[in-house]
Design a protein around this ligand. Structure first.
Ligand code: DLL
Length: 436
């Protein structure tokens, strides 16, 4: 059996206009069901004097109200479900940094679809039934572990549910069981590469050829580093638990944008300030509406993720709309002396300078009445032990690049390699000391 190119070829390569017919039909059904089965939506529609038959064509979606994480919290735990609990066969929840977590329920048919959608993304990255898939995501309430696990199993690959932690053991498993695909966060993939160096394991001792990475933002510098150090092709995949988990979008072999499974999730981009829809191609907040979900239909869910949607003639043959790699969120945005800062901008600036590793931390604190932002970044060993003059030049370059992107001059400090915290799950690179 040769390499698979698609998991559900018809759906993935369908002409756009044809897909729109399905999308409209599914949107109408979803809105009807949400209105009939979920008190929250019925109340909201009634308040706004909207009837579910308002959807005559796809653009009418902009007449519908948004759903937010707060709405899910307010209806904790099961208030957003559109089916009786006896029809729910799986429950996940999001990590929830503040307040109550958000709870997500899946029916048997939701799970089947989830498997297929994750399978699509894995196949798009080149995974086939011949592969041995090493899943380093946490198994549990987080959707990453189970999501990728069942996607891989659906393809027929051999899945190793390693879960997170104990990197030395993970490496032993990878080596002995000859894992060919690594599923992890990009920061953990980098951590694995560093542990290999420490343990003296070279990449040719491993059989890895593909890394499917997601659940946090990452840039091309990190991709290059992971690809070089692990000897893999690395692909981005995106999702969020409220909508399903992983499987919402992922990169194909072209590594140029993530194809959204738009027959299941209708995407829009809005201006987060005015909440108005933006034209195709413009950058703003991604809003998603589930089109086939039974357990918990969500209408116009505000992801808070900043991206851009576009259509191109992708060489892979997929006609599914693309989103740019998600870079920052409307809610992790820092405001430093009135200027908006995304951690991904800092990463972008750092990637333009040779001699630093992709490991950094952002500290924001008060200095008198003003905000001060300090960026600690690990220097490569060679530079760190180099003469002062070179270090000074590096600092200047970093400050220049940062100032160019951020529109102000942050404080920059070089630290020795391996001294900043490493993350096995999601990286947390911002310490905002202003509220403490
Ligand atoms: O992170 C689901 C997931 C698991 C996706 C495994 C991919 C792989 P949550 O924990 O609910 O769900 O976090 C969702 O993480 O709104 C984004 O801000 C961020 N995120 C997820 N994937 C990416 C990505 C899972 N590929 C939140 N690039 C989302 C950038 C991402 N950000």
């Amino acid at each position: 059996m040769g390499e698979m190119k698609f998991w559900q070829k018809d759906e993935e390569t369908m002409p756009v206009a044809e897909r729109e017919v399905f999308q409209l039909e599914r949107l109408q059904t979803t809105v009807n069901r949400a209105y009939r089965k979920v008190d929250f939506y019925r109340k909201k529609f009634d308040e706004l004097n909207i009837k579910p038959d308002i959807i005559g064509d796809l653009s009418d979606i902009s007449k519908l109200p948004f759903t937010t994480k707060q709405d899910l919290r307010d209806n904790y735990p099961y208030g957003m479900f559109a089916v009786p609990l006896r029809d729910i066969v799986r429950i996940h929840s999001s990590s929830g940094t503040t307040g109550k977590p958000t709870v997500v329920g899946y029916t048997a048919s939701d799970l089947k679809q989830w498997n297929d959608l994750v399978a699509r993304i894995m196949v798009a990255g080149g995974v086939s039934k011949e592969d041995i898939v090493h899943v380093s995501f946490t198994y549990g309430l987080f959707t990453g572990g189970f999501g990728l696990h069942y996607g891989a199993e659906t393809i027929g690959a051999s899945v190793i549910p390693v879960s997170s932690g104990n990197t030395a053991r993970q490496l032993a498993i990878m080596e002995d069981y000859r894992s060919t695909v690594l599923v992890a966060t990009p920061s953990y993939a980098l951590h694995i590469a560093e542990t290999m160096d420490k343990m003296g394991i070279t990449k040719d001792k491993l059989n890895l050829k593909i890394a499917l990475l997601g659940s946090e933002p990452w840039g091309d510098k990190v991709r290059d580093e992971i690809e070089n150090r692990l000897g893999v092709q690395a692909f981005d995949n995106y999702g969020l638990s409220e909508l399903m988990g992983p499987g919402i979008s992922g990169e194909c072999e072209c590594k140029n944008g993530l194809h959204i499974n738009e027959d299941f999730f209708y995407p829009e981009i809005i201006d987060p300030a005015t909440l108005q829809p933006l034209p195709l191609g413009e950058k703003g907040e991604l809003v998603l509406t589930t089109l086939k979900r039974e357990g918990m239909p969500l209408i116009r869910y505000r992801t808070r993720d900043i991206t851009r949607l576009y259509r191109d003639e992708c060489a892979c043959g997929r006609t599914l709309i693309k989103m740019e790699k998600a870079k920052g969120r409307t809610d992790d945005m820092l405001i430093v002396n009135g200027v908006n800062v995304f951690p991904s901008q800092v990463e972008e600036a750092l990637s333009k300078v040779e001699g630093v590793s992709p490991h950094y931390m952002i500290f924001v604190r008060k200095r008198g009445a003003l905000d001060e932002m300090e960026i600690k970044v690990e220097a490569t060993e060679a530079i760190f032990f180099d003469e002062m003059k070179k270090q000074k030049k590096l600092l200047e370059d970093l400050t220049y690049q940062l100032a160019k992107i951020l529109q102000f001059k942050p404080k920059v400090n070089l630290v020795m390699g391996q001294t900043l915290e490493r993350f096995e799950g999601k990286a947390k690179r911002v310490v905002d000391e202003r509220n403490i």
